[in-house]
Ligand binder design. Structure first.
Ligand code: TYC
Length: 142
């Protein structure tokens, strides 16, 4: 009996709650409306969930190291040029990395988010092929 009355009154009740939540400041000529949170007992027809807990677990994006591989044909000067042009490395550091690759077989040029790393790999391989060098560049998650 009371439940049916409450349900029938529901739109009115919601309006009353909304008006109760309005705030009209005195000193301005124009009205501004602010909505406050209203704690209300939900009726049967309304959703009972007002606020849901939100998961705040946000992982940083995975990083990838971009590497050069050694081969017997690509000129040393070309590798140094690639390191300077695509990875912003200065001459001295580029020479060190090139020699590391030459002696150890592999060396890291930089560490980037996935899409940047794959763009670097593509740019280096394209550039090497344009100059007919077999230089290999690859990436691997850190
Ligand atoms: N090994 C090459 C040479 O002797 C030089 C080289 C260095 C090639 C690094 C590739 O990633 C490389 N000319």
């Amino acid at each position: 009996m009371m439940g049916r009355w409450l349900r029938r009154m529901s739109p009115l009740r919601n309006l009353a709650l909304l008006v109760a939540g309005l705030k009209i400041p005195f000193r301005t000529s124009k009205y501004s409306i602010q909505f406050r949170f209203i704690l209300a007992m939900p009726t049967k027809r309304e959703s009972t969930t007002l606020l849901e807990p939100v998961s705040a677990k946000v992982k940083p994006p995975p990083l990838y190291k971009v590497m050069l591989l050694n081969d017997d044909y690509t000129p040393m000067e070309f590798v140094v040029h690639v390191l300077k042009k695509f990875f912003g490395i200065d001459e001295e550091r580029a020479t060190q990395i090139m020699l590391k690759v030459h002696t150890e077989g592999v060396g890291v040029c930089g560490i980037y988010p996935k899409d940047i790393a794959s763009t670097k790999v593509e740019q280096v391989v394209d550039f090497a092929r344009q100059h007919q060098h077999p230089l290999q560049c690859t990436m691997e998650e850190v």
